[in-house]
Design a protein around this ligand. Structure first.
Ligand SMILES: *Cc1c(COP(=O)(O)O)cnc(C)c1O
Length: 340
């Protein structure tokens, strides 16, 4: 186990760029708590990281773009679904650092409309191309193609989000857990559980931080997407690499990972779920806080369901991680108004 000081000092040896406003606020949600009728709910406002509307990618990019800068890249390459929050924050990071940004997005059901994140990518100066592949897992080839085009122009590309970079991205969330624990200590609160949306970096980072600091909280991940591979194996790969990178004496196993695909909704990734949209409205009308329909609304619907099932006890204290994603709202107005 490490102290917060030791964790920060080990992570500080890694290449990093400064992109966000930290610490993000943490707030008690009294009216949401009452409406849910379960555990006491706090919200960690990582929608307020400051980088082009904020979100969880800001903390990850400090380290993944840090790798790119370390490799002297002059072009950053990203790719994901068309309403990608990662691509929007990557575009902003590139602009802030004076680097070029090229993005490949899946030609999905939101790729036609230049709304939400696609509009922001354009305003931030990224060049965006749509690729006709069925899912974002097939984008790796397209991203490598962009990288080879960049090389043939005599420039140095860096593909930001590939599997080997995930452990670096996750470092941002090991630090976020340290930050959260200091904030809750200062409020005289102990954290029984953390709930947040994650499918790649955020939750492994939190699992790592929680265990290495000995906080003893349960970390619940609500998946936004169902991958073709086993998510526990993928998370353990990230965790084991973090152990290596930081030289800590810790071991992780499948028991350390709780991640559920049960709240994605019947239409899958990138589509709204009824329960998610209801949860989004509940948060908005009880706390005046806006969630997004694809990640955080679904994550809150998961929290509410876990409270109903008694998995989160009514005498417990839960931190709900707001991972951002709000600009995508404006690409889903019909669905949110119940007209689609
Ligand atoms: C990307 C994203 C997530 C998932 O993050 P992971 O890196 O997969 O853990 C959750 N919420 C929002 C709003 C996102 O944009």
């Amino acid at each position: 186990m490490l102290t917060v000081y030791e964790l920060r000092s080990r992570i500080s040896k890694l290449p990093r760029v400064s992109l966000g406003h930290f610490p993000t606020p943490i707030e008690f949600c009294p009216r949401l708590t009452e409406a849910v009728g379960g555990p006491r709910i706090f919200i960690k406002r990582d929608d307020c990281t400051g980088l082009a509307f904020g979100g969880n990618k800001t903390r990850q990019l400090e380290f993944t773009v840090g790798q790119g800068v370390h490799h002297e890249a002059d072009v950053l390459i990203g790719g994901a679904g068309s309403q990608s929050n990662h691509c929007r924050q990557l575009s902003a990071a590139a602009a802030k650092l004076g680097l070029e940004c090229r993005i490949a997005v899946v030609e999905d059901h939101k790729a036609e409309e230049s709304k939400g994140n696609l509009l922001l990518d354009d305003l931030l100066g990224a060049s965006v191309q749509t690729v006709d592949v069925p899912t974002q897992e097939e984008l790796d080839v397209a991203k490598e193609q962009v990288a080879s085009d960049v090389r043939s122009e005599g420039k140095n590309p860096f593909v930001v989000m590939k599997p080997e970079n995930r452990p670096y991205g996750a470092m941002g969330y090991a630090l976020a857990v340290a930050e959260m624990s200091e904030q809750m200590d200062a409020l005289g609160e102990r954290v029984d559980a953390i709930v947040g949306c994650s499918g790649s970096c955020t939750q492994p980072g939190m699992i790592f931080g929680n265990k290495v600091l000995g906080l003893g909280a349960r970390v619940y991940g609500i998946a936004p997407i169902e991958w073709s591979y086993d998510i526990k194996d993928a998370f353990l790969g990230v965790l084991n690499r973090m152990v290596e990178l930081l030289g800590v004496d810790l071991a992780f196993d499948r028991e350390d990972v709780w991640n559920s695909p049960d709240y994605i909704g019947s239409e899958g990734y990138g589509y709204c779920s009824e329960a998610g949209n209801e949860a989004l409205r509940l948060m908005a009308t009880t706390e005046g806080v806006i969630l997004d329909p694809i990640y955080t609304g679904k994550a809150l619907s998961g929290l509410i369901d876990l409270a109903k099932k008694g998995e989160l006890g009514s005498d417990e204290t839960v931190v709900f991680l707001h991972t951002g994603g709000t600009p995508a709202l404006f690409a889903y107005t019909e669905e949110l108004l119940g007209k689609a």
